[in-house]
Design a protein around this ligand. Structure first.
Ligand code: UDP
Ligand code: MN
Length: 321
């Protein structure tokens, strides 16, 4: 009898261990709109014509005026979703945490459960910021580095392992963002999708041969001059926790493979991200409204700047130039 109990116990133990490799918590379901919700009638004929709002593989490109924020938020809110949000603040980048969090509380996924994960080598420098109900902050200590290239690239590895250990049980979606940035306007459920990327504000008017992809065939991030859809920004990746997990795992492995061959991609993690997204097409693409840069003048197609990188003195904040 005791033997049978032991066998049962071990079988159960191994079953749950093997399952834990693959189980992701997700409550995402089909888009159900609440009854009697009042919103503007969608038009088949009138809409934005100055920008392209769908990719050739039929993923929406999110621009102001292409979605109804009231309708979308009302579809997603009843799902009671949790959105993980990761930022890294290593070394002097701790100075950006307060503005990032305070502006996120005003504009980012308002009304949703948000779990911020701040990765830093200086946990005592993380300011205390008032968080709204349903919002939570976890500080995770990670090693510092004397090379910014390494800090940037190692984000993939740290996100991957933190998803494995923690985030996959705690969130439905994840956004991985640059900390040296602020939110300026609504960023809501219109940004949710299985695999979400953002068009880099610096290159959307360029032809693909001008994109700063990795061009050396010796790197695993290599992209040929005749290939490429958009140039995606490395300051934002998002989607289902499971899909971002796979992305970070692949990019981390390729980065390490390159390092073994003494090569570092031109734009570190951003180069590997662009290579990954060329073949693993995002299901939703955010327009540059979702990743602007403060030094860049607003262009006519950008009606709202939602998230923008602050101007910083690179020589002063980075550990190396
Ligand atoms: N980062 C950091 N400490 C550093 C350099 C970079 O924490 O010394 C992190 C930080 O989250 C930053 C991200 O890496 O937002 C990307 O680096 P950076 O913003 O300098 O790149 P840029 O946006 O200027 O290309
Ligand atoms: Mn940045």
């Amino acid at each position: 009898m005791i033997f049978i109990v032991f066998v049962f116990f071990f079988l159960f133990f191994f079953y749950s261990c093997s399952l834990s490799q693959f189980v992701f918590k997700s409550r995402v379901r089909n888009m159900v709109s609440p009854e009697k919700l009042l919103y503007k009638q969608p038009s088949v004929l009138v809409g934005r014509t100055d920008v392209v709002s769908v990719t050739p593989w039929l993923a929406p490109i999110i621009w102001e005026g292409t979605f109804d924020p009231v309708l979308i938020d009302n579809i997603y809110k009843p799902m009671n979703l949790t959105i993980a949000t990761t930022v890294f603040a290593i070394g002097k980048y701790d100075r950006f945490i307060r503005d990032f969090l305070e502006t996120a509380e005003k504009h980012f996924m308002v009304g949703f459960n948000v779990r911020y994960y701040v990765f830093t080598d200086l946990p005592h420098n993380v300011p205390s910021v008032n968080l709204n109900q349903g919002r939570h902050l976890t500080v995770i200590q990670v090693p510092g580095s004397n090379r910014w290239q390494e800090i940037s690239a190692r984000r993939m590895e740290i996100i991957q392992t933190t998803i494995e250990h923690q985030i996959r049980r705690e969130a439905d979606y994840i956004f991985c963002l640059d900390v040296d940035s602020k939110f300026h306007a609504h960023w809501g459920a219109e940004s949710l999708g299985r695999l979400v990327a953002v068009i880099h504000p610096g290159y959307y008017e360029q032809t693909r041969d001008r994109f700063p992809y990795e061009r050396r065939p010796a790197s695993t991030a290599y992209i040929h001059m005749d290939e490429g859809d958009y140039y995606y920004g490395g300051a934002m990746i998002g989607g289902f926790v499971e899909d971002v997990y796979t992305l970070t795992k692949v990019c981390r492995n390729k980065f390490e493979e390159d390092a073994g061959n003494s090569i570092e991609a031109a734009r570190q993690d951003e180069s590997h991200l662009n290579r990954y997204l060329l073949y693993n097409k995002p299901s939703k693409v955010l327009s540059p409204e979702y990743l602007w840069q403060d030094f860049k003048a607003k262009t006519k197609e950008v009606k709202v700047i939602r998230f923008s990188g602050v101007i910083k003195n690179y020589a002063e904040v980075r550990p190396n130039v």
